[in-house]
Design a protein around this ligand. Structure first.
Ligand SMILES: *[C@@H]1O[C@H](CO)[C@@H](O)[C@H](O)[C@H]1NC(C)=O
Length: 267
């Protein structure tokens, strides 16, 4: 009698497991995964008093994180980029850029944090990247008004780069690209490594903080970049704080998991 009941319960468990698998759509699974990543990805970053940001994302390459606050009405974008320079003992530089005309390095409008000499404080230069040419020691004009530029050493050899960019009002999605380099030579950031991670450190960023659905073949960048976060690209910020939509999508999965846990407890 008891064994029949047990068999019955086991069968139910299998049915439930199958149901769970079927119900957990890839999208909901991704949303749940993104929410899980966020917990350990960027939310632990601490900033000095007076610096706080509405969104953050653990970027998929180079261990970097981006925090930002965006006012889509005015186009003001305030960012904090956190990464570890490529060199030993904190030597080198870190950079975060928006590319308004493409999705690679060429055309990127970059903020670069570095120390001109080991004894100098961190400073931020702007560079209009026109190709694979070395940076100079001085800033070059970029397409966005850049203010509040600052940088500082943080824990664990990381550097925090701060700045505010004036984007076109209404900008919702940008192509961004980030980088770290291991050396500063003659007061200028030297060439970075060309490892896979260095070359793949780029993606699309939805300024609303929503995760972008991976969808190939969307047109890149600029004013034509999609609305509502549907402008594809591989690099939905993997650790974006879960948006309301992502949380809603994850809810059925969590509910089923809770149901399953409850059911298992009774078996
Ligand atoms: C950046 O460089 C490109 C290529 O030389 C040039 O067309 C563009 O006007 C420059 N942007 C700024 C803001 O100077």
């Amino acid at each position: 009698m008891a064994s029949t009941t047990q068999q019955h319960r086991r069968a139910m468990a299998v049915v439930l497991a199958v149901l769970l698998t079927a119900k957990a759509s890839p999208m909901a699974m991704r949303a749940a995964a993104a929410a899980a990543t966020a917990a350990g990805g960027c939310e632990g970053d601490k900033f000095p008093a007076g610096r706080s940001y509405a969104h953050c994302a653990a970027l998929p390459k180079l261990g970097a994180r981006l925090h930002w606050t965006h006012d889509s009405k005015t186009g003001s974008l305030s960012v904090a980029f956190v990464a570890k320079p490529g060199g030993a003992g904190g030597a080198g530089w870190v950079s975060w850029a928006i590319n308004p005309t493409g999705d690679g390095m060429k055309g990127a409008q970059a903020l670069v944090a570095f120390r001109a000499s080991p004894a100098a404080p961190y400073a931020v230069n702007t560079y209009n990247i026109t190709g694979y040419k070395p940076f100079g020691a001085s800033s070059t004009a970029i397409a966005f008004r850049a203010t509040d530029l600052a940088a500082e050493a943080a824990a664990a050899g990381e550097v925090r780069l701060y700045g505010r960019l004036q984007l076109a009002p209404g900008t919702e999605v940008v192509n961004h690209i980030w980088q770290v380099g291991s050396a500063v030579t003659a007061g200028a950031p030297a060439k970075h490594a060309f490892d896979k991670d260095n070359l793949e450190a780029k993606g699309k960023l939805a300024l609303s903080g929503a995760a972008l659905a991976p969808a190939p073949a969307a047109s890149a960048g600029g004013a034509s970049a999609g609305k509502g976060g549907s402008a594809g690209g591989e690099a939905a910020p993997s650790g974006a704080k879960p948006s309301a939509a992502a949380t809603a999508a994850a809810a059925p999965v969590l509910m089923l998991l809770a149901l399953a846990a409850g059911f298992m407890a009774t078996v």
